[in-house]
Design a protein around this ligand. Sequence first.
Ligand code: G6P
Length: 471
Amino acid sequence: MRQSSLVVVANRLPIDDSVAPDGACEWRRSPGGLVSALHPLLRQTPATWVGWAGGTGPAPVLPDVDGVHMRTVPLSADDLRDHYEGFANATLWPLYHDAVEQPEYHRRWWEAYQRVNQRFAEATAEVADPGAVVWVQDYHLQLVPGLLRELRPDLRIGFFLHVPFPPPELFMQLPRRAELLRGMLGADLIGFQRAQAAHNFAQLATKVLGLPATDRRIGVQDRVVRIGAYPVSIDTAEMAALAARPDVTARARRLRHDLGDPERVILSLDRMDYTKGIEQRLKAYSELLASGDVKVRDTVLVQVAMPSRERVGQYQILRDRIEREVGRINGEFGRVGEPAIHYLSQPFDRAELAALYRVADVMAVTPLRDGMNLVAKEYVAARVDDTGALLLSEFAGAAAELDRAYLVNPHDLDGLKQGLLSALRAGPADAGDRMRAMRDHLHRHDIRAWARSYLSALDDTGSLLTRLSSS
Ligand code: G6P
């Protein structure tokens, strides 16, 4: 069994199981996100990524990717239904996002969550070197730090939550709230996107478990668990370079032409998820069309909604509702050859995504609640000529950093309409100032800075940090 000094544990492996034209499965490194954050580090140290390869049945054996060992964890059909679709995405996901949809509680889902977390912990214990640094990611695996510490007390364990952590009033609903908190507290360092989340967690540690806690430290028996905010970011330079490529610039021009050379293009790009505020945004847009503040010929909305978690009931209902609404708006306000909304529900490659960002005069990112929202950051990184306006929900983690965006409360329909109009009508000087300030921020706070600050806090022996600074 090969062992590593750095182990990343995440529900998904950093590869796509996209299907090649001949029908075969093609494995490749996913763009963006965690992989690019950790890539420089993972390459330089014997590293393993523990995760699920998608699908059910026995875990496939995968080749190393860029020298990183892939340790697959299998999910059975029951695990997929009860762990991934059930407890992770129909209990925790809605609960952690302000319960904008009703979280469901089932004892069978909880059993599956425990079982799958145990499997991840055992796989990790097998591949970690003595004293290795282990970094566990996200809400699917909140029990792993505790389970892993029981198996391997020698490890340095970090946990990072990519989604919001809810206020005590909401978290208290969870039937197995104490176990979940204890699971996270198996870590040496628990990272959140925002300081408010760390505060919520500290309050709960005291309220539910009776532990002494501040917003930075929690006492657990003879250990101190540190907590804090480490807002995740993107590979800013990579996105800027992609957006500046001549073929991407040419593609953006072509897209604008295909959209009928309108004065203004608005882009929204979301996973099809009820947390993203897609319905509220469509309603605001349709009211602006009805009042004549926005005219179909001058302004075009491109709404990309990528299918997600398609077997979960709430996602199916949402997709039906959104597609009906898009059809209604196009039926009412479109003309032949000129739809009011260009609706696409398909994945795009990175170059096409960058071209879409470049064509968008206004990017509308208006989730009801979002841990961070990396699309907002990608848009800013892609605006290499400092033009464009970002309309951003106050309830996205990104709003704490991108405060020069046009900030809106997506629950306030009039405010949303007003924000959209302000972004559409922004003068070039003001828009340029805002965009430059946000781009500057993202250049200083990119994904490498994120990984570096988290891992240096986790690994106070400093050995990983030394490798990071030389990368
Ligand atoms: C969110 C979560 C990620 C998750 C992603 C896509 O960003 O924080 O952990 O991977 O959504 O969702 P999926 O269910 O397809 O993994």
